[in-house]
Design a protein around this ligand. Structure first.
Ligand SMILES: [Zn+2]
Ligand SMILES: [Zn+2]
Length: 227
């Protein structure tokens, strides 16, 4: 009794450093400060850091199939370690924290989406890993921003070899029509990914969602690689 009272009175410990200083969603203020946000101004569509506010030249010239892409932070250092743990070592304790970061970066979107989903894994990969890491974030995210979590709107129809090390032309072909979508007609959808690198997966999935009639597609990731 005395012990349980004590643990509820003491502040929560940080999942990373075990510190107790201003811990929110499992992470303390000091560890949070090690996470680098993308430098504003960001393109209103693709979310890349660009020199001036508004829509970047690339998006103007060649509008992407999604309506908006948002990333919570730069994929480096501590956040890279957390995502890696989360993905390969069942570090699922981090899902609330990661979803919180994504929710903060989405705050400019004032309306709740109709649904929240995640980049799907091929079923064989899902069997192997046991969970879809991005879907865990999607589930928590819907608690913060609203929208129904949907596990069944996106499917990866074939297994694609890793993009890493493939020549550029092959990478485009590698993902072509690798995804299908259903049940999204007239709906606004937020799709969660852990890391966005080239954005090819995001474009391919957004095309699939738009083909299936989605009205608005927002891609939201925890990390993004910036060069
Ligand atoms: Zn900490
Ligand atoms: Zn842009």
């Amino acid at each position: 009794m005395a012990f349980s009272l004590l643990t509820t009175l003491l502040p929560e410990r940080c999942l990373i450093c075990s510190g107790r200083e201003r811990v929110t969603r499992g992470i303390c203020i000091r560890c949070r400060s090690l996470i680098r946000r993308l430098d504003a101004p960001l393109c209103e569509i693709c979310g890349r850091p660009v020199g001036t506010p508004g829509v970047c030249l690339q998006c103007l010239k060649n509008p992407p199939p999604f309506d908006r892409m948002v990333s919570a932070c730069v994929y480096e250092g501590l956040i890279q370690d957390i995502i890696h743990q989360f993905k390969y070592r069942r570090g699922t304790v981090f899902s609330k924290f990661l979803a919180g970061l994504v929710a903060e970066s989405l705050s400019a979107d004032s309306e709740s989406p109709d649904m929240v989903t995640a980049v799907p894994l091929h079923w064989s990969r899902l069997m192997q890993r046991g969970y879809n890491q991005s879907m865990l974030i999607a589930r928590e995210l819907s608690g913060y921003i609203g929208g129904v979590v949907r596990y069944d709107v996106l499917h990866k129809t074939r297994k694609t070899p890793s993009q890493v090390g493939l020549p550029k032309a092959d990478r485009e072909r590698n993902l072509e029509r690798a995804f299908t979508a259903k049940g999204v007609e007239g709906r606004s959808v937020v799709v969660v990914d852990d890391v966005i690198t080239t954005g090819r997966t995001a474009r391919e999935i957004s095309r699939a969602l738009k083909r299936a009639g989605a009205e608005r597609v927002v891609f939201a990731s925890v990390g993004r690689t910036v060069s």
